[in-house]
Design a binder for this molecule. Structure first.
Ligand SMILES: O=C(O)C(=O)C[C@]1(C(=O)O)C=C[C@@H](O)C=C1
Length: 302
């Protein structure tokens, strides 16, 4: 049985995601996203389940930062969960003066809180279930949580199905040390983090390398390098798998432009969206063109 560290404590949305991505494996709750990945880097866990992006609030910065630092990890699988919150209180608890949750969660229920708990102070907690623990211990009066938190902490449900945006969803990754990659499926996502030189046009050059090979982006984010003010790392997700000639060709080109390029994995997309292939950009086109160029080089063709 594999050991899977996940962003906990028990009862987070990430635990729900880990149950999907690593059903039947040993699930180990860890206090922060960074520590879940550290557990893999130290060999205490075989893989980690972490949130990467939410359809309302965007990326989870802690995940991007932890993926770009220390020993490399690669994503091997992903899942997308609908996000509807439960608001939990202590059984028989009185006035709600404080309501706590993960900042990403508070941002997704801002309107609901303004309408339903306008006088409560909003407090950030390290995760949604850490807020539930705080309610049980008397630190906060209410927690905005994943519905599964209620299975663990014996609280009272004040409201269910809470979400300012009804179709909100979060994507989660299963990451592990680099090794054998998942097989390409035709509906894959590849991720890299690029530290490009700080001069005119470098980001445009990176994106042009992808566009000129007909590769469609699925996400682009920038995070500060933290060492030099104004310098950024670019997190780029795009359609396709590194086992495909056109993607490998693009990755090779990106490497030339970057001070530092980290491969973050190629894996099947949870939404099953198949890779867009424009005419002339198919893998067969790349293979045929390389065979032709090789024959030209050898003097066999002209
Ligand atoms: O705190 C949790 O329950 C998490 O799994 C984290 C997280 C996030 O970081 O976005 C995951 C899904 C929700 O969007 C809110 C919080």
């Amino acid at each position: 049985m594999s050991r899977i560290a996940y962003f906990g404590p028990r009862g987070t949305f990430t635990e729900q995601a880990a149950r999907v991505l690593a059903a039947g494996e040993e699930l180990i709750p860890v206090e922060t996203v960074r520590l879940a990945m550290t557990a893999v880097r130290n060999g205490e866990a075989d893989a980690a389940c972490v949130p990467i992006e939410n359809s309302v609030e965007g990326v989870v910065p802690a995940t991007l930062d932890a993926l770009s630092e220390a020993a490399p990890l690669v994503a091997v699988a992903e899942t997308i969960l609908p996000i509807h919150f439960s608001v939990l209180t202590r059984p028989g608890g009185g006035d709600i003066k404080t309501v706590a949750s993960h900042p990403h969660a508070l941002a997704q229920v801002r309107e609901w809180l303004e309408e339903n708990l306008p006088d409560a102070d909003q407090v950030a907690s390290s995760s949604t279930s850490a807020a539930a623990v705080g309610v049980r211990e008397g630190t906060f009066d209410a927690a905005v949580c994943a519905p599964v938190a209620n299975e663990h902490y014996g609280l009272e449900v004040l409201a269910e199905g809470v979400a300012d945006v009804p179709d909100a969803a979060t994507r989660f990754l299963l990451v592990r040390a680099p090794g054998e990659l998942p097989e390409p499926t035709g509906a894959d996502r590849t991720s890299v983090v690029a530290a490009a030189a700080n001069r005119t046009g470098t980001l445009a050059e990176l994106l042009t390398e992808l566009a000129s090979r007909g590769i469609n982006l699925t996400r682009l984010d920038a995070r500060p390098t933290r060492s030099n003010f104004g310098e950024y790392r670019f997190f780029i997700d795009f359609e396709g798998h590194v086992a495909e000639p056109r993607v490998l060709d693009a990755l090779t080109a990106l490497r030339r432009h970057c001070r530092n390029l980290r491969f973050l994995g190629s894996h099947p997309r949870a939404d099953g969206t198949r890779t867009t292939i424009e005419p002339g950009f198919g893998n067969d086109d790349f293979v045929e063109a390389a065979v032709w160029a090789d024959a030209v080089r050898k003097g066999d063709r002209a």
